[in-house]
Design a protein around this ligand. Structure first.
Ligand code: ZN
Length: 206
């Protein structure tokens, strides 16, 4: 694992509960709400919720660094920014397990090596399928690409709306949170950072 700052993988936790225990926890929540978990309409709900959590949070069982294991050096002298824009993002905040959705823009300036574009989207997706806050998600994506690909710089910018902003008393459903993480030339040189920011534009997520 390269993401020392990232969330702990379950393998670091020797007492991972069983699937049955997870389903039982859902039954407990339903009863705590005041409902009857044994009524027919809810009979299969714990099973479905556990399966749904397994899918939404499968990033705990995937290794984002492994996506960068295969790189290409034959790029015919290409030496400009590589940008993947508008990567659809759906994640869950660690404070409320409430969804936040939006887009991620990821760019890097290659240092000879490049990587398949789908890999950048995969890295975003793997981290998104873990609980965290948007700030750490942004940094984890950037640092994983920086350490795995060793480019001259990485730029990551995420714009997302958070459901917990609707649920809580602040009630600001349209508010967009923007976070960015820059390394190398994107951090140190205005012209590269400007280039990235101009390329992605200021459109907010749909
Ligand atoms: Zn939240």
């Amino acid at each position: 694992m390269t993401n020392a700052s990232g969330p702990k993988l379950h393998s670091a936790n020797p007492v991972r509960p069983s699937r049955d225990e997870a389903e039982q926890a859902v039954r407990t929540l339903l009863a705590w709400l005041g409902d009857d978990p044994s009524r027919p309409g809810l009979a299969n709900t714990p099973k479905r919720v556990a399966a749904s959590f397994e899918e939404r949070f499968r990033g705990y069982h995937e290794d984002p660094a492994a996506e960068l294991a295969r790189t290409y050096e034959d790029v015919s002298g290409y030496a400009d920014m590589v940008l993947l824009r508008d990567i659809r993002l759906e994640s869950y905040c660690e404070h409320h397990i409430a969804p936040f959705t939006g887009v991620a823009h990821v760019a890097y300036l290659p240092n000879r090596r490049v990587v398949g574009l789908s890999k950048l989207a995969r890295i975003v997706d793997i981290f998104a399928r873990r609980l965290q806050v948007q700030e750490s998600l942004t940094a984890q994506i950037g640092e994983t690409i920086q350490s795995g690909l060793e480019p001259l710089g990485v730029a990551v910018l995420i714009r997302a709306t958070h459901q917990c902003m609707t649920l809580s008393e602040v009630n600001q459903p349209g508010a967009v949170m923007e976070t960015s993480h820059f390394t190398g030339v994107f951090r140190d040189e205005d012209r590269w950072r400007r280039r990235f920011l101009d390329a992605i534009g200021s459109a907010t997520p749909a």
